[in-house]
Design a protein around this ligand. Structure first.
Ligand code: PHE
Length: 467
């Protein structure tokens, strides 16, 4: 079975692809804003602790399941539970979740691509108008951008694991790093940049409370691409010789480092634009941050380097975010692709065509739920408000189901698959794992407090979002 299964060509290819999945819009914009609003260095510290002590064990568990089973997530739950029906629900959710998250992530990626194209056409001044975003997302041109993004993603995926996903990651990830470092180096030369850096890193523990902690953990979970079946799928494409434990640590470190560095790009820019910035007033969502606030700042740079210079900086910024988003989209669509190929025995091409149709329809409907079509815009009522189709997909799958999927991974590996098998799989390629502190910690944490924490987050989100 696994003899003709595709594999990454090397450990580096796997790490870059997994890091490509993890590094996304969440890192580049969401993280810096949350960190600044929630206590700077204090948030950074808490986030780092969550990554190391809660997310990393879950990541290792997901990877171990995927590599052991050499299957898509649905097949992995099935194989590892000896076709126990009780677990097929977990397997189904692990495939449905990425499918639905792909829809909302696609919508945002299309907007980013639209802004990239508009900066390339020299329209930065139009983007900086606060009314522009609302108009742009309701124009028919978004459908053309959607078509182009869909083509790019599918061109990568049709190449398969080695020639598609791995090749794209090997180009896009280093490019992303260069663009990021270039932007940070430039932004740090702006007036008042250091005020932004200070605000970002100096700890303020008075901001810490239960909801900040909850937010930090959800952010870390999403940022590391956990609970989406992605790491299970990617790990099913690596061989037994490779070290999953080390690989997981590398992915978590790269993801967190990029998030941290992104703060050194965003915050100094904000403070240089407005030295009297009060971070509490920074925009609530990453979306308004990227599409409304940052274009204004980018345009303001023209007083420093002229309009063309500012347009180039803006172009580089949107290109950076676009590269990050593409590698994430690829990873998330690969999950249902692998599931269709393996569970329904269709070819990769056929799977991609089916998914392009299915995600395409839902993405078009979601895109029309920002005002173009009334019943999609006022799709449903819950939590005391009227919500659009996009809101619904976002609230259910991003906010609620992710911790639930994480919880099921913990319960599955510990109580169904059992610790000995987990340890055995993780020690393949990682000499000295058995008996190590890491092993003891992973087994202990996954069987005790991590599932409890994830359950609390799940229940709390359901209670606050939907009731
Ligand atoms: N980790 C991504 C981010 O931080 C999130 C993501 C990954 C979303 C994969 C979709 C698919 O933005």
């Amino acid at each position: 079975m696994s003899a003709n299964r595709e594999h990454f060509s090397s450990r580096l290819g796997f790490i870059l692809a997994a890091a490509g999945s993890a590094v996304g819009i969440g890192n580049l914009v969401g993280f810096p804003v949350s960190a600044t609003k929630n206590g700077g260095g204090a948030f950074l510290l808490v986030y780092a602790l969550f990554v190391a002590f809660i997310c990393l064990p879950v990541m290792m568990a997901e990877m171990a399941m995927g590599r052991k089973a050499q299957k898509d997530p649905y097949g992995a739950y099935k194989t590892l539970s000896d076709s126990d029906k009780k677990w097929s629900f977990a397997g189904m959710l692990a495939v449905l979740t990425p499918f639905m998250i792909a829809v909302f992530y696609m919508v945002i990626t299309v907007w980013i691509f639209g802004y990239l194209a508009q900066t390339a056409m020299g329209n930065l001044d139009a983007l900086a108008d606060p009314a522009h975003f609302g108009e742009f997302i309701n124009q028919s041109s978004v459908f053309w951008y959607m078509l182009l993004v869909g083509i790019i993603v599918n061109l990568i995926l049709v190449g398969g694991v080695k020639q598609g996903i791995e090749k794209a990651a090997k180009f896009l990830m280093p490019a992303l790093f260069v663009l990021l470092i270039g932007l940070v180096a430039y932004v740090l030369t702006l007036d008042n940049a250091m005020a932004g850096v200070r605000y970002y890193v100096i700890p303020d523990f008075s901001k810490m409370n239960a909801s900040v902690l909850n937010g930090a953990l959800s952010q870390a979970f999403f940022s590391l691409s956990l609970g989406m079946g992605i790491l299970m799928t990617y790990a099913s494409y690596i061989s037994k010789k490779e070290d999953i434990v080390g690989g997981a640590k590398m992915v978590a470190l790269t993801d967190s480092l990029v998030a941290f560095i992104a703060g050194l790009m965003v915050l100094p820019a904000i403070f240089s634009f407005n030295p009297a910035t009060n971070p509490d007033e920074l925009s609530e969502s990453s979306v308004s941050m990227i599409f409304v606030y940052l274009p204004k700042i980018l345009l303001a740079i023209q007083s420093d380097i002229g309009y063309t210079g500012a347009s180039i900086v803006a172009f580089v910024f949107f290109l950076l975010v676009f590269f990050a988003a593409i590698t994430s989209l690829v990873s998330i669509i690969e999950v249902p692709t692998a599931a269709l190929m393996e569970e329904k025995n269709v070819s990769r091409k056929a799977a991609l065509i089916i998914l392009a149709g299915a995600t395409g329809i839902l993405t078009i409907l979601s895109t029309m739920s920002f005002g173009m079509v009334d019943w999609l815009t006022q799709f449903i009522n819950y939590g005391g408000a009227s919500k659009s189709l996009f809101d619904l997909v976002y609230d259910v799958f991003y906010d609620t189901i992710l911790p639930l999927n994480g919880l099921m991974v913990c319960l599955f590996v510990i109580y169904r698959w059992k610790k000995v098998r987990l340890s055995e799989e993780l020690s393949q390629g990682c000499e000295g794992y058995e008996g190590s502190f890491t092993e003891k910690y992973v087994n202990f944490s996954l069987s005790t407090f991590i599932p409890v924490v994830l359950l609390i987050i799940f229940v709390n989100t359901v209670a606050t979002k939907f009731f």
